[in-house]
Design a protein around this ligand. Structure first.
Ligand SMILES: [Zn+2]
Length: 268
């Protein structure tokens, strides 16, 4: 979606609001990374936050971009990544959600997000939310038109400490209406007895607080799930590499079973 306010919001030197990667990849998996970046457009002046706050998990999913890129390469899968911080606008929340442009996150007040007008909200959505989701929609439409099966997997990371509590899971699968992907991946990952795998932990998917899986996956009746990896395990490139390999192997194990029933469902 071309929007006249994009030129106002993004200087020529700034990256686009989303990045498509390997869209012609041959895998049935389509990967999303909604919280890939902690970048804030220059016009928003770091949202009034010190740089240290923008390095925290409140601004992005630490390590998720590296995992998603390597997973895309290992599977030869298309990947779409958002280009700006979720504190600008959260690409995995409905626009009607209070968390869409949040005023506070994990105890931090976001100065530039206070008392926004409807116009300001609409402009952020037009520049940083809709183009990303329009691109996902276009890719999924194209694959459907070509009769190609699609399994939608969204890659996220979560903070190991929240609300004063430690989270024990190394990785979690979140899912809701579609039960073909999440539980199968949990079973595959649990074959490694050293891994603590969350089943809809630390988060589950729901319509009020999620966007990509309900809208692009469930509404299209595509097999779909969201994977969450604990951020401290992704702090370095070696961890991102390890987890991309682990997820690629788990996906390769479960894809044949997932695709058989879903292909016939799409065809009917
Ligand atoms: Zn996330």
């Amino acid at each position: 979606m071309a929007d006249p306010s994009t030129d106002y919001w993004l200087a020529p030197s700034e990256p686009p609001s989303f990045t498509p990667h390997n869209l012609t990849g041959t895998s049935p998996c389509v990967l999303l990374c909604d919280h890939a970046s902690n970048r804030v457009p220059q016009r928003l002046k770091a949202l009034g936050l010190p740089a240290s706050e923008l390095e925290r998990h409140i601004a992005w999913d630490i390590g998720a971009r590296g995992v998603a890129l390597q997973l895309s390469q290992l599977l030869d899968a298309p990947l779409l990544m958002s280009g700006y911080s979720r504190l600008v606008i959260d690409c995995n929340r409905p626009l009607s959600s209070p968390g869409s442009i949040t005023g506070t996150s994990d105890g931090t007040l976001i100065p530039a997000n206070q008392e926004l007008t409807a116009q300001e909200r609409a402009e952020r959505a037009a520049v940083f939310f809709h183009p990303y989701h329009d691109a996902i929609r276009a890719l999924l439409d194209q694959r459907q038109a070509e009769g190609r099966p699609t399994v939608l997997v969204s890659v996220h990371s979560f903070t190991g400490q929240f609300g004063g509590k430690s989270r024990p899971w190394h990785v979690g699968l979140a899912y809701h209406r579609d039960r073909s992907v999440g539980p199968a991946l949990i079973e595959a990952l649990r074959r490694d007895p050293m891994l603590c795998v969350g089943d809809n932990e630390p988060y589950a998917v729901d319509d009020a607080s999620d966007y990509a899986i309900p809208v692009h996956g469930e509404r299209r009746e595509l097999p779909c799930a969201l994977v969450e990896i604990r951020q401290d395990l992704l702090a370095h490139e070696s961890g991102q590499h390890l987890w991309a390999g682990r997820l690629a192997e788990a996906l390769r194990t479960v894809l044949p079973n997932i695709l058989t029933p879903s292909s016939s469902r799409i065809a009917s």
